[in-house]
Ligand binder design. Structure first.
Ligand code: PFF
Length: 446
């Protein structure tokens, strides 16, 4: 690939493509359950602080590198390092990113498969009239059935890798961009409905009245990891998108727009989900099943509930589909860089991810008690370590590369801002983002 790469034709198209990568399971599934497990509002405050001080500046750094390199991540890093007279070993950061997304996609596909199952159940009207306890029991029975989980995981991965192999991601993104406002609207509708329930006021208190005593180094690390995960930063996946960014677009503005959209989707989902939790006397720390149990309950109480719920899962599936394409892309690009054709590269990635995903599937049944590391089973490991350690480490190194290694003119041109804007960004990255990430990682891990 070289400077003749096709560019996104409009600024809006770039913002929407990055939003497509950012908005997914992280906002609607992971945000509520991780916030629930980590004490509510205090976690939310930390997460928003990390989005502002770390996620956003590092997102700019990541896209900037892709935009300056105009190549696939590994090649961009190697090329720019060469130009700056730095070690070409920087390119291995691209490979590390590919490994990170490999681990993430393995569980992302399994959980997106749960959405397929729920979509079908919703279309059949099988949630109608069922209590939260019944839906919870149905979900547990589903998780305990590896064949059903495997079927859905396989289906979702085939959907993803087919789009990647055929190189039609842009078409799907366009569809997603058309439908994402609808997902947003449905969440607004749900939040409005939530305001009429008994659980609304306790939900707001849970989300917005921080109890600082729950904060520990681990909680801080969870919040930092989630900021990276939700913005899709730290795995060089957005770097790949930066390569297509139009010439005269302000990167900070684009990144800011994505962050606002991304955080607001999470907040809306949080308000809707916690209102159900408190209306039904459920446990906010319920874990990964939280969204799957609460939303069918919430929708069931709305007129035309089964229809809304079906539409919701359909839109969620579309959102996770575009995110998973973004997750698969760096791996396929890396293999292509090693000389493999696009079809073959997609097949290799698909099979490898599928196999690792099987271990996540079995973590709810046969391998539930197999805890190879840190007392966690495979699902717990792949949902925690890549997000909370690999993404921040990757982001930290990308930030070092953009703010310390690249020549100033080069990074300033790629950021597309005035001199003072550039200096502000570089000061924040050098003296806030990088030390902050390093300290949080050290405190969490040691
Ligand atoms: N941002 C996506 C979500 O919130 O669901 C997940 C994600 C996509 C993480 C791409 C990392 C990534 F590189």
């Amino acid at each position: 690939m070289n400077a003749t790469l096709e560019r996104w034709t409009t600024r809006r198209a770039f913002i929407l493509a990055v939003t497509g990568a950012a908005v997914g399971l992280g906002n609607i599934w992971r945000f509520p359950y991780i916030t629930g497990e980590n004490g509510g509002a205090a976690f939310l405050v930390l997460y928003i602080a990390f989005v502002l001080l770390l996620g956003l500046p590092v997102m700019m750094a990541e896209i900037l590198v892709g935009r300056a390199g105009r190549r696939a991540p590994m090649q961009s890093l190697g090329y720019l390092a060469g130009q700056a007279g730095a070690s070409r070993h920087w390119r291995w950061l691209g490979l590390f990113g590919a490994f990170t997304v490999f681990c993430i996609l393995s569980f992302y596909s399994v959980v997106s498969g749960w959405s397929i199952e729920f979509l079908i159940t919703a279309v059949n009207g099988d949630f109608v009239g069922r209590s939260a306890a019944e839906i919870g029991a149905g979900f547990d029975a589903f998780l305990a059935d590896p064949r059903r989980l495997t079927f859905n995981h396989t289906l979702f991965l085939v959907m993803t890798m087919t789009v990647v192999a055929a190189g039609v991601a842009k078409g799907l993104e366009r569809l997603n961009n058309l439908l994402m406002p609808l997902l947003y609207l449905l969440l607004v509708l749900l939040a409005i409905y939530a305001a009429t329930t008994d659980g609304f006021v306790p939900a707001l208190a849970w989300l917005f009245k921080p109890d600082l005593s729950v904060i520990t180094p681990l909680v801080v690390m969870h919040a930092m990891g989630h900021a990276f995960f939700t913005l899709a930063v730290g795995a060089c996946a957005l770097m790949a998108y930066g390569a297509y960014m139009p010439e005269h677009q302000s990167l900070p503005r684009a990144a800011g727009a994505v962050a606002v959209l991304d955080v607001s989707v999470a907040l809306l989902a949080g308000i809707a989900i916690f209102s159900v939790v408190f209306s039904q006397g459920m446990d906010p720390g319920e874990g990964p099943g939280l969204m799957f149990v609460t939303l069918p309950v919430a929708f069931a109480e709305l007129p035309w509930g089964a229809l809304w719920l079906s539409i919701f899962f359909l839109l969620l599936l579309l959102a996770t589909w575009t995110s998973s394409i973004n997750l698969a892309e760096p791996m396929v690009a890396t293999l292509q860089g090693l000389g493999l054709g696009r079809g073959k590269a997609s097949a290799v990635v698909g099979i490898a991810v599928w196999l690792l995903g099987l271990l996540s599937v079995l973590s709810f049944s046969n391998l539930a008690e197999w805890r190879p590391l840190f007392g966690m089973n495979v699902f717990e490991l792949v949902t925690t370590i890549p997000t909370e350690v690999f993404l921040p480490v990757g982001g930290l190194l990308i930030a070092c590369f953009a703010a310390w290694v690249m020549p100033q003119q080069e990074s300033r041109a790629a950021l597309g801002v005035s001199e003072s804007g550039f200096l502000l960004w570089r000061t924040v990255v050098r003296w806030i983002s990088i030390p902050l990430a390093a300290v949080v990682l050290a405190a969490g891990l040691l």
